[in-house]
Design a protein around this ligand. Sequence first.
Ligand SMILES: NC(=O)c1ccc[n+]([C@@H]2O[C@H](COP(=O)([O-])OP(=O)(O)OC[C@H]3O[C@@H](n4cnc5c(N)ncnc54)[C@H](O)[C@@H]3O)[C@@H](O)[C@H]2O)c1
Length: 432
Amino acid sequence: MSEREPIGVIGTGWVGLVTAACFAELGHRVVARDIVAEKVAALQAGELPFHEPGLADLVTGNAERLTFTTGIAEVLDEARLIFVCVQTPPTHSGDADLSAVIRAVEEIGSAPDRALVMKSTVPVGTGKTIKREAPELAYVSCPEFLREGTAVKDFMEPDRVVIGAGTGDEWAANAVAELYEPFGAPILRTDVASAEMVKLASNAFLATKISFINEIANVSEEVGAEVTEVARGMGLDDRIGPKFLRAGAGYSGSCLPKDVSGLKQLAGNSGYHFQLLTSVIEVNELQKRRLIGKLNKHLGSLAGKRVALLGLAFKPDTDDMREAASLVLAARLESEGAAVVAYDPVAEERARELLPAVEMSQSAMDAVDGADAVVLITEWPEFAELDWAEVRKRMNTPLLVDGRNFLDAEAVRAAGLTYEGIGRPSASEPQG
Ligand SMILES: NC(=O)c1ccc[n+]([C@@H]2O[C@H](COP(=O)([O-])OP(=O)(O)OC[C@H]3O[C@@H](n4cnc5c(N)ncnc54)[C@H](O)[C@@H]3O)[C@@H](O)[C@H]2O)c1
């Protein structure tokens, strides 16, 4: 395989566009295809269809090696390794919806010198089914672990690369391994089913860690412990580690919720009741709603109250709103009769469609004007820098609920606000 093996990418969402741009950065020619014509037109004009730090520079900097197209033929003409990066959203039953994957597989077709490299997160057994339908096509499972907000760095500096392939498809697995070699990460070679399971199990484990610390937070509130200290103490244990131990309003986003329910469903479909994941999901749903209880505790009924949300995206540095905690919170607030106003530095456009009744502000200070409560829901760095005395002055009732334990509670209280975190000592009365 030449160092400059051309690459085909199907789907130019978060995973596909990052994959395309990063391989182009390594010197490969990349043909990236999407079925949404406006998305392709925007990319051809050098515009990104979503917010992802560092990606625009990579796309424009490698423009000569990157082709965006709506045509599948261009991809198949150029590349023998085709990375499938299409969406796999949840169905109503909690299974993964594989319709986009199936369509992509049909479009790629079967050819002995072509390999489908599956980056989409799919149920265990998908590779086997595809291989049965298209036996000539080589199949490689290469799950993606990037996180939105740090996607480029995660792709270029992965903790590990997992490559799963069956007998007869070793040539394709070797070619994919060679592509990833420059990143210098450990490369794990497995069978297809195990590679598929590594992805689902990793996300389910991360979600379990989050639900676990959230329950510790809830108990801490009852018994007077401070969960941030507890998490620090736990995280210093090498066997536990500090990451994914931040208590808050629950896990959200395009991956964890759907992958956890996908694994639970996959287990159920195979006759195994995955009890732990059932609880992880339930704890998470309840956690998103706990913020309402904190508001009720101070304000009583929320009818007619004005509540300001700081942040809407499911995490900072993205405008992705899929499964964002803000969606549940806004809906609950509206059904309680509250007026909801919100500010997010980048997610407003996507949020507008999903939250038509929410009044969008152009700054955090505008959002808090006249509010009876402020709820921090996305930990954008700019929120840590707010002038809390000014916030206090603008608010109608000085209540701040920190849904991510992101703020300096003492600084907020010193400015005269009532601070409520998650799993932190109960709010004291305002000091000023
Ligand atoms: N977003 C993440 O952080 C992340 C991380 C790891 C893994 N994943 C997984 O990767 C997959 C893709 O996720 P995403 O967030 O990039 O999705 P996305 O919805 O942002 O992008 C998918 C893209 O595929 C396009 N598409 C659908 N069918 C197509 C076809 N037949 N030909 C060409 N394009 C087609 C869509 O138009 C869309 O632009 C999912 O399975 C997801 O679970 C996502």
